[in-house]
Design a protein around this ligand. Structure first.
Ligand code: SF4
Length: 249
């Protein structure tokens, strides 16, 4: 794609890539286990500086012990800290969970609110977390800008912004609103499984034809395929092989 790509050209390319991502990652979803908005809010607070897998290990017991906002508000701090210790920064996180419970009870009748403006007033909940909650618990489209999302959208020249809120708005202008939540999951999956921070698997990537950063990682198929990660490595490699064949690469 030319350096002087027009806005319309960028939008078309971004939407093409978004469609390809949907085919490449049909299993993309919110990886934090939850059954309701409160559980998702709690899980996202716990996910700071740790993996979703680690969070999912502690939440079954936690959710059983504290089923409502009032339960967090009245929690015994030492007991709560013990339950979440393995997620790291457990003192701060326990503090956020207790304050979250208190504020939900005091200001929102114990319910997790449904607007970004209200969500970001809650302890431990920033814009990224608020968008996760809106998109996945309330079906309100939201773009989640995490480290993968920022890296990939910059590599793809969807935006030159580096500030998460500006990235969110820039990508929001390219992609249809109804697709925002699933796009976020798919971009994050692509970042985890294909387009790694250090060595992206360019030669085994189904976005190669539309990616201005193709060549950042190995472009030879066999070498690149070894860099793929996750439970669908074989499928990802096969999709990439077919893609290369179709493009005559
Ligand atoms: S071609 Fe390379 S840099 Fe571009 S999205 Fe694929 S893995 Fe990432």
């Amino acid at each position: 794609m030319a350096a002087d790509e027009t806005e319309l050209g960028r939008k078309r390319r971004a939407r093409r890539m978004a469609r390809e991502l949907a085919v490449t990652h049909p299993d993309a979803h919110c990886e934090l286990d939850h059954r309701n908005p409160l559980e998702l809010a709690v899980a996202t607070i716990l996910s700071a500086q740790t993996t979703d897998v680690r969070v999912n290990e502690v939440t079954p017991k936690l959710f059983a012990r504290y089923p409502t906002a009032a339960d967090y508000a009245a929690a015994d701090r030492t007991e709560l800290e013990g339950l979440i210790k393995s997620t790291g920064f457990y003192r701060n996180k326990a503090d956020s969970l207790i304050k979250l419970g208190q504020m939900l009870v005091e200001r929102f009748d114990g319910e997790v609110p449904r607007t970004i403006e209200e969500l970001v007033t809650l302890p431990g909940i920033g814009r990224k977390t608020a968008n996760v909650i809106l998109g996945n618990a309330y079906d309100v489209p939201g773009i989640t800008v995490d480290t993968h999302f920022s890296r990939l959208t910059q590599r793809w020249r969807w935006t030159t912004e580096t500030d998460p809120v500006k990235i969110e708005h820039a990508v929001g202008a390219l992609i249809e609103r109804r697709d925002w939540t699933m796009l976020s999951h798919r971009v994050i999956f692509h970042g985890r499984r294909v387009c790694h921070a250090r060595k992206p698997a360019c030669g085994a990537c189904t976005l190669a034809g539309d990616c201005p950063s193709f060549g950042l990682g190995p472009t030879e198929f066999e070498t690149a395929a070894k860099l793929l990660k996750g439970p669908r490595v074989a499928e990802l490699a096969e999709q990439a092989r077919l893609y290369r064949e179709a493009k005559g690469r």
